[in-house]
Design a binder for this molecule. Structure first.
Ligand SMILES: C[S@@+](CC[C@H](N)C(=O)[O-])C[C@H]1O[C@@H](n2cnc3c(N)ncnc32)[C@H](O)[C@@H]1O
Length: 395
């Protein structure tokens, strides 16, 4: 297990990322894990919450077959972009810079940023079929995000989908944002986290809870969504609006179905509404929240935690009932008020109920160094490890 400590757990190299995301772990960490677990060419690795695709990118580079699932359709664009070779990205940047102004001829003079961006992409796809659509989607969506971010600072209610869709920009704004995006990518193309692809992965948009794990999958490497009420749909709204010009995306359903969703409206307000029986600790956490004196505890937080934990239980059951032999989860413990939510322990109990054994659990301090966790010290709020790496094996 010591070898894991030699690898940075969380990515710090923002400049090398093609898309800013909550990656959960670094590429070097995944590489170290593949070696540690002894994953072989005949194995198949699954990341059920693949996000920007760190797991699938590293597997591809190391000749290992992999599958990445994420419920957010824009993550498929990012994960696929990262599989491209830097020479291909550089060539596409040069072509786009050359013909950007003429491609803009077909774009209307003004309109909502995501619609204007989509018009540009359609024109580019029609006349430059050699440019991968993942490249166009990522560049144009990043440009659209830049434009919306500027609008957000002027208008704090920007998240309202109606408002966001009504904001209008001039064509020149899109041209400027897109040129910035393509030029900056071209300038740093040699240091980007791209891959020299050896084994292409399968990248899928799906809700993992109801996704059938193929029998060839032998290992899981993943970092599930955090318990921090991070709204991934809200965070990626400009990108999703843009992408919905090309495919059907039900934003409401997406927000509701995400593990860690902040929406709780349709749920009952008893802890019995949630199935978390695979973990005693989860049952106890919900019990404590239900009994908590603050109004918001039963009004909102019981539902939020209950929904997250039952979604985690269904996901873990999906894994333990498949042919997976080992699973690595990177998670974080946290507090709700003074109630300690020991997510690594909850996940461990859920795996054990499913017949898996916890082979090891290592926690990393906020500095990213490995620490020996003294449970007493973090229960008192003194030391809350940043992340915990747990490895489970089928018994
Ligand atoms: C912490 S991020 C994973 C980051 C990833 N390790 C990376 O390299 O970018 C968690 C991901 O889980 C996805 N997610 C949330 N609920 C999901 C579900 N029910 N099924 C599949 N993916 C889901 C989110 O869209 C988010 O991208």
């Amino acid at each position: 297990m010591d070898i894991l400590a030699t690898s940075k757990l969380t990515p710090h190299l923002k400049r090398t990322q093609v898309y800013p995301y909550y990656a959960g772990f670094s590429a070097s960490f995944v590489k170290t894990l593949l070696e540690y677990l002894g994953v072989e060419r005949t194995d198949v690795v699954l990341d059920p919450w693949n996000g920007s695709g760190t797991t699938t990118t590293v597997c591809a580079e190391n000749g290992i077959q992999s599958i990445g699932v994420d419920i957010n359709p824009f993550m498929r664009v990012v994960a696929n972009f990262k599989l491209l070779q830097s020479s291909i990205v550089a060539q596409a940047c040069r072509t786009l810079l050359e013909c950007m102004s003429s491609l803009m001829d077909t774009v209307p003079e003004s309109g909502p940023p995501h619609k204007m961006g989509a018009a540009f992409t359609r024109a580019a796809l029609a006349s430059h079929s050699e440019i991968s659509q993942h490249i166009l989607h990522l560049f144009v969506a990043n440009a659209v995000r830049q434009i919306y971010s500027r609008a957000r600072t002027r208008n704090p209610t920007w998240f309202s989908i109606e408002r966001i869709s009504q904001s209008l920009i001039a064509k020149t704004d899109l041209l400027t944002a897109l040129r910035n995006e393509v030029e900056s990518t071209l300038n740093k193309v040699d240091i980007l986290e791209l891959t020299s692809l050896r084994t292409p992965p399968r990248i899928e948009t799906a809700n993992f809870i109801s996704w059938n794990i193929p029998s060839e999958v032998s290992h899981v490497i993943t970092s599930p969504p955090y318990l921090t009420r991070l709204d991934y749909v809200k965070k990626t709204l400009p990108e999703l609006l843009y992408l919905s010009e090309f495919e059907m995306i039900d934003l409401g359903n997406l927000r509701w179905n995400m593990t860690g969703s902040v929406l709780t409206g349709r749920l009952g307000i008893s802890k019995d509404a949630f199935s978390v029986s695979d973990s005693e600790t989860a049952v106890d956490v919900l019990d404590q929240i239900e009994k908590h004196s603050s109004k918001a505890s039963t009004g909102y937080y019981l539902k939020f935690y209950g929904k997250y934990l039952s979604s985690m239980q269904s996901s873990i059951r999906n894994i333990t009932e498949s042919s997976v032999r080992s699973a690595v989860f990177v998670t974080q413990a946290s507090y709700y008020k003074e109630i300690y939510v020991d997510l690594p322990k909850i996940i461990s109990e859920m795996f054990q109920t499913g017949g898996f054994e916890e082979q090891s659990r290592v926690s990393f301090a906020p500095t990213n160094s490995m620490v020996t966790v003294n449970k007493g010290s973090y229960a008192s709020g003194q030391l809350l490890p940043n992340e915990t790496v747990s490895i489970f094996e089928a018994a």
